[in-house]
Ligand binder design. Structure first.
Ligand SMILES: [Ca+2]
Ligand SMILES: [Ca+2]
Ligand SMILES: [Ca+2]
Length: 178
């Protein structure tokens, strides 16, 4: 899916993978994944700047969100609570550089604030000095209900997991996925 002079879209899938790729809008530096504003109807959306048209979607099992060239910020505020997604992949490189050794050397930020229990999130910030943030607006990880796998790639990367806002005990497991 590329975004050249298209209007806001609604994509209603029947399983399978949805690829939303901002590579074709080089001015895009920020992408936000969240509910579309109407809860529990299955519809989530991706919004962005720099010519990326807001895209509502439902019915897919995987979302591959690609930020493209340069320094990117991807913010997963959440998903619709009735989402059909089982896997979300947040990537800040182009699809070309992502698969190449070394890849794009831009410094990127990916934040995940919440994800439903059935929707695991995989993050890869690839080359460059990147920042990965796992916490919501209340500084908790209480709404990360599925596994999150974060890969910083090469560079001096930072992973911040904050649960300071939670006054009750939270069980958080972390480890090497290999
Ligand atoms: Ca919705
Ligand atoms: Ca990077
Ligand atoms: Ca990196």
């Amino acid at each position: 899916m590329s975004f050249a002079n298209v209007s806001p879209m609604n994509l209603n899938g029947a399983g399978g993978q949805l690829l939303l790729d901002a590579t074709s809008t080089p001015a895009t530096s920020s992408l936000t994944l969240g509910d579309d504003g109407l809860a529990a109807d299955g519809w989530s959306q991706v919004a962005g700047d720099g010519g990326f048209e807001t895209t509502r979607f439902r019915g897919f099992s995987q979302l591959l969100l690609v930020g493209g060239d340069g320094s990117e910020t991807i913010d997963q505020i959440g998903l619709d609570s009735a989402t059909s997604l089982t896997n979300v992949f947040l990537l800040v490189e182009t699809r070309m550089t992502f698969w190449a050794a070394g890849g794009d050397l831009s410094s990127d930020t990916i934040r995940v604030r919440s994800t439903p229990a059935g929707a695991a999130v995989s993050i890869n910030t690839h080359g460059g000095d990147d920042l990965i943030q796992l916490f919501d607006a209340a500084n908790t990880i209480d709404n990360l209900l599925a596994p999150v796998v974060a890969t910083g790639g090469t560079g001096n990367d930072t992973l911040i997991v904050t649960d300071l806002g939670d006054v009750t005990a939270t069980t958080c497991t972390h480890g090497d996925d290999d």
